[in-house]
Design a protein around this ligand. Structure first.
Ligand SMILES: Cc1cc2nc3c(=O)[nH]c(=O)nc-3n(C[C@H](O)[C@H](O)[C@H](O)COP(=O)(O)OP(=O)(O)OC[C@H]3O[C@@H](n4cnc5c(N)ncnc54)[C@H](O)[C@@H]3O)c2cc1C
Length: 265
């Protein structure tokens, strides 16, 4: 396969958070240009055709290395290969960044309400760290942009290092950033923590939709967010994205102030 449209990148860091969740840090050999929230297309070029998949970038454009948070799909084609990489191994990136899941700047809507599944946090990390750094540099007291992030995960380990990172950023910008990690019940974790009864387990596993709607409504009420002053976002696992989208539509959001990105169908 021709490497003409690709940049080589070396794996320089990797942290496994669970058996199937890991953060990968790649160092491209030439600068990779992107806007916060966009994806890079990672690729293996040793077959007949490129084997490639898009991944949202967690790092800000100001950083030369690129960080990705990936879920292993054991039956998948790409992620098992990614999992076999060790530090110093090389893979490829398509030259061009992809995606339009970026910050929507509207003067009358300075507030951003962002819902993420576990790995769906990455575009927000890039967007928010970039926006807050810009505000710090410009010392712009008039910039009223605020960010509320609701990060849903089935277990604490699935927050990876992003809970610590975003809590720290929030403590440095208490007026600007509110980050909440929300662990939702699944058949598995409710079985472990709540009960031994199959019946109760099913009952506990149901309310993700309610939990999401409640978390969104509470965040909106406490920060006085409305569809008139806020842009809403949902990213990651399709179930979380669809539930969040439905809640936002019920709250009166529409395509002018709601952005979504599903990682798969
Ligand atoms: C815009 C965009 C951004 C993305 N960003 C990320 C990211 O930051 N991190 C990340 O981990 N993935 C991300 N993805 C998904 C990623 O591109 C791959 O689809 C995923 O890693 C699976 O690749 P695979 O080749 O291993 O599996 P495939 O062989 O492509 O898929 C096998 C099957 O698994 C399903 N599947 C894919 N992902 C999942 C999943 N997470 N859970 C359950 N089933 C799944 C697919 O629908 C497919 O039917 C993104 C996708 C898009 C479109």
């Amino acid at each position: 396969v021709s490497t003409a449209n690709f940049i080589a990148a070396t794996l320089i860091n990797r942290t496994n958070y669970t058996d199937n969740l890991a953060v990968f840090e790649l160092q491209p050999t030439t600068p990779f240009v992107f806007r916060p929230g966009q994806c890079a297309t990672l690729a293996f070029l040793d077959g007949e055709k490129p084997l490639s998949r898009p991944y949202s970038i967690a790092s800000p454009p100001a950083q030369s290395s690129l960080e990705f948070y990936v879920e292993l799909i054991t039956s998948g084609q790409f992620t098992p290969r990614l999992w076999s990489l060790t530090i110093g191994n090389t893979l490829w990136l398509r030259h061009r960044a992809v995606g339009v899941f970026t910050l929507l700047a509207k003067p009358d809507k300075p507030h951003h309400l962002m819902v993420a599944s576990a790995t769906g946090i990455t575009p927000y990390v890039s967007m928010v760290s970039t926006a807050l750094a810009q505000q710090d540099n410009q010392n712009n007291q008039n910039d009223e942009q605020t960010f509320t992030i609701l990060h849903f995960a089935p277990q604490p380990a699935a927050l990876a290092h992003y809970a610590d990172k975003l809590h720290l950023l929030a403590s440095q910008h208490p007026q600007r950033l509110n980050y909440q990690a929300i662990i939702y019940p699944t058949a598995e974790n409710s079985l472990n923590s709540l009960s031994n009864s199959a019946l109760e387990t099913t009952a506990a596993a149901v309310p993700l939709a309610d939990q999401l709607a409640d978390a969104i409504a509470t965040a909106m009420l406490s920060a006085q967010l409305t569809r008139h002053n806020t842009i809403a976002y949902a990213c990651g696992h399709p179930q979380i994205v669809e539930l969040a989208q439905q809640t936002f539509l019920n709250q009166g959001f529409d395509k002018t102030n709601l952005r979504t990105e599903k990682y798969f169908i």
